[in-house]
Ligand binder design. Sequence first.
Ligand code: NAP
Length: 301
Amino acid sequence: MTESASKPAVGYIGLGLMGKPMASNVLKAGFPLTVFNRTPAKTRDLAAAGASVAPSIAELAAGVDVVCTCVTGPGDVEAVYLGEGGVLGAARPGALLIDMSTIDPGTQRRVAQAARERGCEYLDAPVSGGVGGARAATLAIMCGGEASTFERARPVLDAMGRHVYHCGPAGAGATAKLINNLISASTAVAVCEGLVIGAKAGLDLEQLHDLLMNASAGSKSLASYKDSAMQGNFEPGFTVNNMEKDVTLANGLARDLGVRLLAGAITQQVLREAQLRGLGEKGTASQIIPMEQLAGVEVRL
Ligand code: NAP
């Protein structure tokens, strides 16, 4: 028996910036892989690497043991699972369904319940680590669902990530992920403001970045600005639109839980400002541009 034949067949839906490299790692780990993407051109590289391409979500779901999805927001996850021609209308009884999109825990719990009613197992399993982590299979993956479902999903998750956590019941992975993005997005706002002050004050920006990384302000967020904004590089890894989605979802979660969220409110407005300036499909570092324009400086090396 070949290695592939001994492993469950996996289907991957959503071959965007994250989904494509994640699916590629599933294939490299030896799982027989079928892919579907709404925009068909994005399936080409994986097809060339040996994946099968399904013509529809339903045909993908009907033909595999494990379905992974990485789409955009709550409405997209609902459409892909619950909509006409969606995963739940076609999945095999007992199939394992893993959604890796960043959405709210409430939607994840609803989809998990619908999956249970169809006799399927479901896990919310959002990820962190960016496109670099997706390519290198070093993502952090935070999961919500039954412990037994988590154990069943482990081999597929291990193909995509290095730090895989079971956070609790359905929705717990989504909650952990929104907390992560609230913290990283709020940190990034302070990073941008600090760098703009440094530029306006005429400090040596290379030295400033270096010293901050060796001081208490050092963070992954600050580190990333050296290769993005400070080089004038605003290409997406992660778009402003998606970060605004996540911080808005974190604000909603805090409201639902009765938690006051000041940093979330301010951060959402900073990202909104970037969207209104036409930067929504640029990388998150482009949120610094409106701040630079107001201050009349550019934070460049
Ligand atoms: P992306 O490049 O925009 O990819 C989104 C993918 O989802 C595309 O393949 C898109 O298809 C598909 N899609 C969206 N809505 C759909 C729908 N209603 N039906 C079918 N397919 C749909 O975004 P991404 O950066 O990969 O992010 C994907 C998810 O991961 C998001 O929830 C994001 O917040 C999260 N995330 C991203 C990062 C990052 O660094 N980029 C890191 C961690 C988590 P088309 O190709 O047809 O548009």
